[in-house]
Design a binder for this molecule. Sequence first.
Ligand SMILES: CC(C)(COP(=O)(O)OP(=O)(O)OC[C@H]1O[C@@H](n2cnc3c(N)ncnc32)[C@H](O)[C@@H]1OP(=O)(O)O)[C@@H](O)C(=O)NCCC(=O)NCCS
Length: 156
Amino acid sequence: MGTRGSGETPTDRTKDGGRQYRLDRPRCDADWQAYHGIRRKVFHLPRPVEEISPTCHPLLLFLEDQPIGAIQVDDLGNEAAALRLVAIDPAHQGGGHGRAMLERAEQFAQEIGCGKAVVYATPESAGFYQSLGYDEDDWDEICMGGIVQMLKVLDR
Ligand SMILES: CC(C)(COP(=O)(O)OP(=O)(O)OC[C@H]1O[C@@H](n2cnc3c(N)ncnc32)[C@H](O)[C@@H]1OP(=O)(O)O)[C@@H](O)C(=O)NCCC(=O)NCCS
């Protein structure tokens, strides 16, 4: 298990088809502005005022050092990580970046000790998760209308 969640360990800089991606926590005000800007554009979410909890990991996807995606990884404390508010900037959607972000978020989840990833998918996005190996699974007893609960066991 790594220490990515809390420490200053190196970030993930890897290439997909010649593209250099980095999934990293926001480290400066410009990063936070990008993080909340993407979430605002995609989900119309205002910048929250509450503190980030130690089990909640906000992460930004950089492509060649440009922030293009935002995701929140929550350690649920039961070996599962919830991937929340998965968002690629609308100008960059449909180019394989969502896949790249999710794969790196899954790797992050493993590094903080989680063996599975879970999501609440909208019916429109369920196909995206399916193409990445997620299956329908009622992992949360709370049932929200119109939401598809999905789960993926992460390779060790
Ligand atoms: C969903 C989202 C994160 C996907 O990111 P993306 O960069 O557009 O997707 P990618 O180009 O990486 O697609 C990866 C794969 O998923 C498929 N896919 C993407 N969106 C899909 C959808 N809505 N339905 C079915 N399949 C989809 C792609 O065809 C691709 O398949 P392939 O690799 O077999 O060719 C992005 O479109 C987004 O931010 N949407 C708005 C917010 C949202 O719906 N978030 C998820 C719910 S919280």
